[in-house]
Design a protein around this ligand. Structure first.
Ligand SMILES: [Zn+2]
Length: 70
């Protein structure tokens, strides 16, 4: 077993269910009652969206910023 630091560009995620390689595409996400479109890795087979904690935090911060600017 080897230990490595994962970088986002090194992530080659697979769907846990289908073992399909995830494709990054436009996904509609709902947050705080607002819908927005963003690029996220999804399974081309079952449509499951995978989002890392860092990415989620970043995206949500982005959205909160947008909402506050209203
Ligand atoms: Zn899948």
């Amino acid at each position: 077993m080897k230990t490595e630091t994962l970088k986002p560009e090194d992530l080659h995620w697979m769907c846990e269910k289908c073992h399909e390689k995830l494709a990054v595409g436009k996904v509609t996400v709902e947050y705080l009652g607002n819908q927005f479109v963003t690029d996220l890795p999804t399974c081309p087979k079952c449509g499951q969206v995978y989002i890392s904690e860092d990415l989620a935090t970043g995206k949500m911060a982005e959205v909160e910023q947008l909402l506050e600017d209203k």
